[in-house]
Design a protein around this ligand. Structure first.
Ligand code: PEP
Ligand code: MN
Length: 264
């Protein structure tokens, strides 16, 4: 189901009447790693909706490496996302870590994110077939492209055709950058599947000063969109502070990406 037949078929995944992945228009998703407060998300929504960024992100169920690290605001965070969603008329995306979270997240968000750590959680993937919302499927920490596409196949074959793939870097020997962004994978996925493909430069590089150049390269490489972490006070982010852009840096990047997209 995921593979491209020899026609030029391209799946379009709609988030709203105005926002769709896989159309000619680049879709930029921005927001903090973690939803922390009403004030934080209000400031983010205000600045990014004017940029314009087409959708907001923010984790409320967080897959943290340490069980002692902040695990996310849970349902309280979902209410914050739903609040800015309706006030700013902008779609919101957030991560689902387990089958039991699907229903409540689908009731508050426009798209469900499946994080790298769950890319091969097959029971979760099957359940997403009936989630009734588009899915943003992130590439596993060390997943081959075949494994990645087959994970999407689980969702498609269980009844949900709206899957967007996200390359977010893979593990390698050098940790100077957090991961290694596989731009070859972006080009390859565009050829082997009809699903939209976006890139997460933030988790790929892990350092804010490297996000902009890599984001531009992703667009030049044919990505249908980007998901980028930013925060009103980047150094104070409760998670992934080192890779968070300031809102000003984010807005500037969005503007400079327009000319890259126009050239592709
Ligand atoms: C995230 O988007 O905040 C996240 C945890 O990403 P990944 O699953 O790619 O590590
Ligand atoms: Mn993060």
């Amino acid at each position: 189901l995921a593979s491209k037949s020899d026609t030029d078929h391209q799946t379009i995944v709609k988030l709203s009447d105005k926002v769709a992945f896989g159309s000619k228009e680049l879709v930029i998703i921005g927001g903090p790693c973690t939803v922390e407060s009403w004030e934080q998300m209000e400031t983010v929504a205000q600045n990014l909706s004017a940029a314009p960024v087409q959708a907001l992100r923010g984790g409320v169920f967080k897959p943290r490496t340490s069980p002692y690290a902040f695990q996310g605001m849970g349902e309280e965070g979902l209410k914050i996302l739903a609040g800015v969603r309706s006030r700013y008329n902008i779609p919101v995306i957030t991560e689902v870590m387990s089958i039991s979270q699907i229903e409540v997240v689908a009731a508050h968000a426009d798209m469900l994110q499946i994080g790298s750590r769950n890319m091969q959680n097959f029971d979760l993937l099957k359940a997403l077939g009936q989630a009734g919302k588009p899915i943003l499927l992130k590439r596993g920490l060390a997943a081959t492209l075949e494994e990645f596409v087959m994970a999407a196949e689980y969702i498609l074959s269980h009844g949900n055709p709206d899957v967007v793939l996200c390359e977010r870097g893979i593990r390698s020997f050098d940790n100077y950058t957090r991961n290694v962004l596989d731009l070859g994978a972006v080009a390859a996925l565009k050829q082997i599947t009809h699903l939209p493909v976006i890139v997460d430069p933030s988790h790929a590089v892990g350092k804010r000063e490297l996000v902009a150049p890599v984001a531009k390269a992703a667009v030049a490489c044919g990505a249908d969109g980007l998901i980028i972490e930013c925060h009103p006070e980047p150094e104070k982010s409760v998670s992934d502070a080192r890779q968070a852009l300031s809102l000003e840096e984010m807005v500037n990047l969005v503007h400079s990406l327009k000319s890259v997209a126009a050239a592709v």
